[in-house]
Design a binder for this molecule. Structure first.
Ligand SMILES: Cc1cc2nc3c(=O)[nH]c(=O)nc-3n(C[C@H](O)[C@H](O)[C@H](O)COP(=O)(O)O)c2cc1C
Length: 287
């Protein structure tokens, strides 16, 4: 990608050009956004806000509450590719996120090369196996003992879904590996990652944040992806992306009044919220 400045309509406009070398993605952009450059590569361009308004490049106009309430781990996805212009919108939204001191010490590595994914897949499966045998061992044992408990039902659902991703890793069309420097808290990378997931949601693309590769196989992944070892990059996570096979739903969580206080630890927050305050019906326009 390169950025060029042009004077047009009495003002300077930045023009971002995305060269798409991958033949699979040739001409996947909308007619308004795709053209061939002299070198023969497909170019997706967005020229300032005015051009975006009448562009057909994606649609980030989803109700923000709908995005917030329904963006959840969508691991079961179809193998259909995520078009490059949608990928560009996802990452362009992501990099608007805050980072400490606005340092933006981040790198976003998109991976859609099937050979690369085939090398990472076995590592991912091994990492998930390790996860079940260590961090989640007690919870899984409890779930096996009392499978009827609501908490255990939820745990079993998460395990099935997570295992699906591990078992079908090679079929997922796109992964995003997020790297950050000098950010022990993760506070300078996860806002961007979540923005990417929200932007994907707005495009109908499901995603799931995963961390197991960083726990169990960071060195192998660095080697496969060619990440420099002497620049202190930390792999924050790997996010899977694809068009979901299931339906979007509201994320089930412990209610807000059970996990929130006011003024002093343990004191009631001052309201109770028994049902989610957004619902698909609430979002529908009235008569
Ligand atoms: C820091 C972090 C690490 C995660 N690591 C993994 C992972 O390694 N593999 C996976 O399948 N899901 C992973 N997840 C996804 C969570 O399991 C998921 O967000 C959670 O179960 C809630 O799912 P829901 O939004 O569909 O209800 C991770 C999420 C977070 C925030």
């Amino acid at each position: 990608m390169d950025a060029r400045r042009r004077f047009r309509d009495g003002a300077w406009h930045w023009s971002y050009h995305l060269h798409l070398p991958h033949p699979v993605y040739r001409h996947v952009g909308s007619p308004q956004t795709a053209r061939s450059d002299p070198a023969g590569d497909t170019v997706v361009s967005a020229v300032g806000p005015a051009a975006r308004a009448d562009s057909t490049q994606g649609d980030l106009s989803m109700d923000i509450e709908e995005a917030l309430y329904t963006t959840r781990a969508m691991r079961r996805v179809r193998p259909d590719p995520v078009p490059l212009d949608v990928q560009a919108e996802i990452l362009d939204a992501a990099i608007r996120a805050p980072s400490g001191g606005n340092t933006q010490n981040w790198r976003f590595l998109l991976v859609d090369d099937r050979d690369v994914i085939a090398r990472v897949g076995p590592l991912y499966r091994h990492a998930i196996d390790q996860l079940w045998q260590t961090i989640y061992a007690d919870r899984l044992a409890a779930a096996a003992e009392h499978p009827e408990d609501e908490e255990n039902i939820q745990m079993a659902k998460v395990q099935r879904s997570a295992q699906w991703l591990a078992d079908h890793f090679e079929e997922v069309p796109l992964f995003l590996f997020a790297f950050v420097q000098a950010d022990p808290s993760g506070g300078s990378i996860f806002p961007a990652v979540w923005s990417a997931q929200l932007a994907a949601r707005a495009h109908g693309v499901g995603s799931s944040l995963t961390a197991v590769l960083g726990f169990f196989h960071p060195d192998e992944v660095f080697e496969i992806l060619g990440v420099p070892r002497d620049e202190h990059w930390v792999m924050a996570c790997c996010v899977s992306f694809g068009y979901p096979t299931g339906r979007w739903g509201i994320a089930a969580r412990r209610p807000v009044h059970e996990v929130s206080y006011r003024n002093r630890w343990g004191e009631p927050v001052g309201f109770t919220v028994d049902q989610p305050l957004w619902s698909p019906q609430a979002a529908e326009p009235g008569p």
